[in-house]
Design a protein around this ligand. Structure first.
Ligand SMILES: Nc1ncnc2c1ncn2[C@@H]1O[C@H](COP(=O)(O)OP(=O)(O)O)[C@@H](O)[C@H]1O
Ligand SMILES: [Mg+2]
Length: 390
C-alpha cells in the first residue's frame, strides 16, 4: 500500500503510553515497563502473560476491561497483596499527549465487603471511572469478540459506545447516568412505590439521557459512513446502522419532541416493567447492525475471518476519523489478531498503524510475523510474566 501524506499525518502528534506499573494484577505480582509511543509487540507462548498486559491497559478506560472480568478475580492469585497497600490490585501509567505527560491510575479497593474501582488522574483522586474517557482513548479487538455479531446486543452496544467515547468525552458519563436512573426507577417499581411524581421525574431524566446518548451514537455512525475514512483497501467496507427506539425517534423528530415521546413511553411501560422486572425499552436495548457492503450480507452471516476483518475496518476507520478531527489517535489493543490475517491484510494493517502513528499493542505467539517491522515498533518477548526486549 502506498502511503499518501495526509492531513492527519501532519496533525497527529504521537500519543501513547510511556510507562506502566502493575501490582498484584493477574499473573503479575509486579511489573514496571517503560516504553515510548511507538507500537508495542508482545510475543510468547500461551499463558505467558500477554493478554494480561492488554487487559491492564483496557482498565485505563471506563468499564470492566477487555475480559469483562469480575474485579476481584483480577487480583494476583499467588499470595495476598502487600499489607501496606489499600488496593487489591492497581495499575499506574504515564501517557504522552500533545499537551504533555498525564498520569492515570486505577485500582480495586474492597472495604466493608464492597468492591470499588478507584481512579486517579494526575493529582485528582477519587474520580468516577467515567473520568477516564476524558483523558484516554482505548479500543481493543480480542478473540472473544469473534462472537460479537452472533451473541446478544450488549457487547455490540458497548463496542459502539467505546467508539463514541473517542469523539464525545462525556458519553461514558451520560451512559452511566442513564443506567443509574433506570435502576432507580426499576427499584421503585419493584418496591410497589408507584408515586407518579417521583417516577415521572426519573423518567424525564431517563428520556433526556436517552436522547443525548442516541444523538451521540447517530453522529458516530453518520461520520463513519463518510467514505473517506475507510482507508484499508484490502479490508471489507462495512455498512453500519443503529437500531433502537430513542435513535429511531431522532430520525423523524426534533430532540425535544423525541424526549417527550420517550418519556410517555417509559410512563406507559410502568406496569409491564413492574411485571417483568426489567425496563422494556430504552438506550440499553439499542443495537449496532453491521453489513459487509460488497456482499450486502449481515455481519452475523459472514465467516469468522470476515467478521474479524469488518471489526478491524471499523476500529481503524474510527481511529482515522479521530486523527482527522482531533489530531489524536486511540491506543488500540490487538490481541492475537495479526496471525489470523493473510499476508496482504497484515501488511495493510501494519502500514495504516504506522501511517496514523498509532500506538497499537499487538500480541502473538509467532515472533517472525513482526520482525519486518524492526525498529518502527518495540518488541518484547513475554515468558512467565517477565518481559524481555527482543
Ligand atoms: N488472578 C490471577 N492471578 C494469577 N494468575 C492469573 C490470574 N488470572 C489469570 N492468571 C494466569 O495468567 C496467565 C497468563 O495469562 P494470559 O495473559 O492470558 O496469557 P497469554 O500470554 O496466553 O495471553 C495464565 O496462566 C493464567 O492462569
Ligand atoms: Mg492471550
Amino acid at each position: 500500500m502506498t502511503l499518501v501524506p495526509s492531513r492527519e499525518m501532519e496533525t497527529s502528534a504521537r500519543t501513547g503510553l510511556i510507562k506502566l506499573t502493575l501490582s498484584s494484577f493477574r499473573s503479575y505480582k509486579s511489573l514496571s515497563l517503560s516504553c515510548d509511543a511507538r507500537p508495542v509487540i508482545l510475543t510468547g507462548a500461551n499463558g505467558a502473560g500477554k493478554t494480561n498486559i492488554l487487559e491492564a491497559l483496557s482498565f485505563l478506560g471506563p468499564g470492566r476491561g477487555l475480559r469483562s472480568a469480575k474485579l476481584s478475580l483480577v487480583t494476583y492469585a499467588g499470595e495476598p497483596p502487600l499489607k501496606e497497600s489499600p488496593f487489591e490490585w492497581s495499575i499506574s501509567s504515564h501517557f504522552q499527549t500533545p499537551e504533555g505527560v498525564t498520569s492515570v491510575g486505577t485500582g480495586l479497593e474492597i472495604s466493608e465487603g464492597r468492591e470499588r474501582r478507584v481512579v486517579k488522574i494526575d493529582d485528582d483522586r477519587g474520580l468516577p471511572q467515567t473520568a477516564l474517557s476524558q483523558v484516554t482513548s482505548i479500543l481493543w479487538l480480542t478473540p472473544q469478540m469473534d462472537r460479537l455479531f452472533v451473541e446478544g446486543t450488549s457487547a455490540r452496544r458497548k463496542f459502539m459506545d467505546r467508539l463514541v467515547y473517542l469523539f464525545d468525552r462525556s458519553h461514558a458519563a451520560r451512559v452511566a447516568r442513564y443506567d443509574y436512573t433506570m435502576r432507580e426507577r426499576l427499584k421503585l417499581l419493584k418496591q410497589g412505590r408507584h408515586e407518579d411524581a417521583w417516577l415521572s421525574s426519573l423518567e424525564a431524566k431517563m428520556a433526556e439521557s436517552s436522547i443525548a446518548i442516541a444523538a451521540a451514537r447517530r453522529t458516530l455512525v453518520e461520520r463513519l459512513m463518510q467514505a473517506k475514512v475507510w482507508a484499508l483497501g484490502v479490508f471489507p467496507r462495512p455498512r453500519l446502522e443503529i437500531e433502537g427506539v430513542p435513535e429511531d425517534l431522532l430520525e423523524t423528530l426534533p430532540a425535544l419532541s423525541a424526549e417527550e415521546r420517550l418519556q410517555s413511553l417509559y410512563k406507559a411501560n410502568r406496569l409491564k416493567d413492574y411485571e417483568s422486572g426489567r425496563t422494556q425499552e430504552g438506550s440499553h436495548k439499542t443495537d449496532l447492525r453491521v453489513w459487509f457492503t460488497e456482499k450486502n450480507m449481515p455481519a452475523e452471516l459472514c465467516s469468522t475471518g470476515e467478521q474479524k476483518a469488518l471489526l478491524i475496518s471499523i476500529i481503524m476507520a474510527a481511529a482515522r476519523l479521530q486523527a482527522a478531527q482531533e489530531g489524536l489517535v486511540p491506543l488500540v489493543l490487538f490481541d492475537e489478531v495479526v496471525a489470523h490475517l493473510d499476508e496482504q491484510r497484515r501488511q495493510a494493517l501494519f502500514d495504516e498503524i504506522l501511517h496514523l502513528r498509532m500506538q497499537a499493542w499487538m500480541t502473538g505467539t509467532d515472533r517472525d510475523l513482526f520482525l519486518p517491522l524492526n525498529d518502527q515498533v518495540q518488541h518484547f518477548e513475554v515468558e512467565k510474566s517477565t518481559l524481555t526486549p527482543v
